[in-house]
Structure formats: C-alpha cells, structure tokens
Design a protein around this ligand. Structure first.
Ligand code: ZN
Length: 151
C-alpha cells in the first residue's frame, strides 16, 4: 500500500468524515445474495475502486440489496449507505434518489428531496473534491444500471 491516504476522506468536515469512515470500516449489507435478479459490477479506474451490487426485486420494488467491493472510503461508504436506503423502494423512487444524490455530490447543495437523503448528506463535502466525484457515484451508477436493466 502506498503511504498516501487511501482510506481517509480528506477535506471533509469532521462529522461527515466520521460517518463515512464508520461505513467504510463496518459496511452495511456487505455480501452476496443466493439468487440475485440483478448483478452489476462497476469500476473507477482513476481511484481503483470496485463495486459489485446485487439486488432482488418484488415487482418494481427492491427487496434486498448487497454489495462487495474494494477501494477508497468514499466509494465503499457510498455503497454501504445506498444499500441501506434502497430496500422497499420502487424503481421510480430510486431513480429520483439517485438524481438527488448526484446533484448533492456535484453541487454540494441540498435539494427539495434532501431529508430523504439522510446520512448521504455526509457526501455534500465531496462536491469540493472533483476528483472524488466518481468515487462517491460509483455505486449509484451500478444502481441506475440495475434499475434500467430490470425495467
Ligand atoms: Zn475512490
């Protein structure tokens, strides 16, 4: 491992950094499903991040979400938080959530749907770190692809 800060989340506020590092160290919904309906792998070559997202559906609602991956804290924490939010939500609701989160990361602003973002607001500071945007959005790209494929 290089001595550079591969696990940290530099330049974020202390509170937000704590939330991100907590998810990085203890990822929620880490693992694989027995019979996933969708299985999407995404890589971020700029940072070496990798996510495999697995989902099962009931109709147009996500029933279960799991992920495996490796890479920086921002990429893995984003995937962990995302899997906590998707279960029980419809494809339309998740497309809106992905759009809101993408706006949060790219602009750092709260949106009208902001309360639904919950802990994801920890990523608002990433807006000031353009080279980390792909890290934060990696899992969400996988989700969007899974939703498109499922639909
Ligand atoms: Zn990264």
């Amino acid at each position: 491992m290089p001595p550079s800060d591969r696990s940290g989340a530099p330049d974020l506020s202390a509170l937000y950094q704590d939330i991100i590092l907590d998810h990085y160290r203890r990822p929620r919904n880490s693992g694989k499903l027995d019979t996933p309906d969708e299985r999407i792998t995404r890589k971020n070559p700029f940072c070496g991040d990798m996510i495999e997202l697995q989902l099962t559906f009931d109709g147009d609602r996500v029933r279960e979400a799991r992920f495996t991956g490796q890479g920086c804290a921002i990429s893995q924490a984003s995937a962990s938080m995302m899997t906590q939010l998707v279960e029980g939500k419809s494809v339309a609701e998740l497309e809106q959530l992905a759009a809101d989160f993408t706006r949060l990361v790219s602009e750092g602003k709260a949106t009208g749907a902001d309360p639904s973002l919950g802990e994801l607001r920890a990523f608002s500071g990433v807006a000031r770190l353009p080279n980390r945007h792909l890290c934060a959005l990696l899992a969400w790209g996988a989700l969007t692809e899974a939703l498109l494929h499922h639909g």
